[in-house]
Ligand binder design. Sequence first.
Ligand SMILES: *Cc1c(COP(=O)(O)O)cnc(C)c1O
Length: 393
Amino acid sequence: MKKMKFGTLCVHAGEHPDPSTGAHTTPIYQTSTFVFDTAEQGAARFAGEEEGYTYARLVPNTPTHRVLVDKMVALEGGEAGQTFSSGMAAITAVALSLLSSGDHLLSTDVVYGCTYSLFSSLLTRSGIEVSFVDTTDLDRVRRHLKKNTRMVFLETPANPTMNVCDISAIARMARAVGAVSIVDNTFASPMFQRPLELGADVVLHSCTKYIGGHADLLGGVIVGTHEFMRNMTPVVNDTGVTMGPHEAWLCIRGLKTLHLRMQKHASNALTIARYLEAHPKIAWVRYPGLPSHPQHAIAKQQMSGFGGMLSFGIAGGIEQGRKLMNSVALCSLAVSLGSVDTLIQHPASMTHADVPKEVRIRTGISDDLVRLSVGIEEPEDLIDDLDQALAKI
Ligand SMILES: *Cc1c(COP(=O)(O)O)cnc(C)c1O
């Protein structure tokens, strides 16, 4: 059959009537264990000689998980995948499966706050060498790759500065030194950016954000090759980072409208970015869809849309920013992102508070930076809300 378009895949990929009942919608297999027909069958499943379910922590988990994995594999254009209890569980598992003491990890310098902490404290303590590099600068990436670099971790667009890096170019450089390239695609979603098609080896998401899309679950997912996912299986099984079946079901349901939600997130974000850029009380705006974004050219080349995230600074700094955050009524003052409703937060004191101040300043996570996760409300109402809040400062 002809390869279907992205929106059709969101609705249909991975889905099939439940084989035991014909249920149209994927059932939630809320079970921890599975009954074997015979002792021989149980042994064959544990030996990997027969495909099938054994225990919900062990891959392939449950039939609900499999539908989600098949859908995400189709949306990202990969071969195989695995779900996790959170985005951080996915990042931890990929790091544990690739890195041992003495190996080197090259990471984008601006990454999600807990990713920064995981890499800079836990991994470093385990004897793994970590370099945080400004990956918008390809020469810098080249200079920091080493013989023992095993993993190159990219976040693009990056949380919260919205930096964009060239996935194809860096994936090629990583491959040349024998390193695996991994892209955290949480901000763009597979709707707007497909890192595997750009040459990356592995893509991952915090499903908590756009994949679930409604701020009602925690989850993570990784998509890569059959071989990569097979090699990860022991880490997944033995660390117990599995997603729950109910969360898997919520993600399946969320994904059915991913294409519609992302279009609205992106068109709203562009409207708001333009509004903010023209507002006299706003010092600067970062949105990859604006020509003023320093990596707008790369963003246009590797993304088919620019997503729903933006950051900005207010003239007068964070004091005025706090007033703005305390004055909004429709926007919620909350961390996290990618939900249908609009969320506003202050990274330097919230999501990125664990990043040392000198690192924050050097990498552009300035004290005046306010991050907006633009929802799918009508843009006029969001602008009215921002307008009345800005009038108070
Ligand atoms: C939220 C987030 C994570 C972590 O995901 P959790 O589901 O909260 O564990 C990782 N990367 C990015 C870019 C994120 O926004």
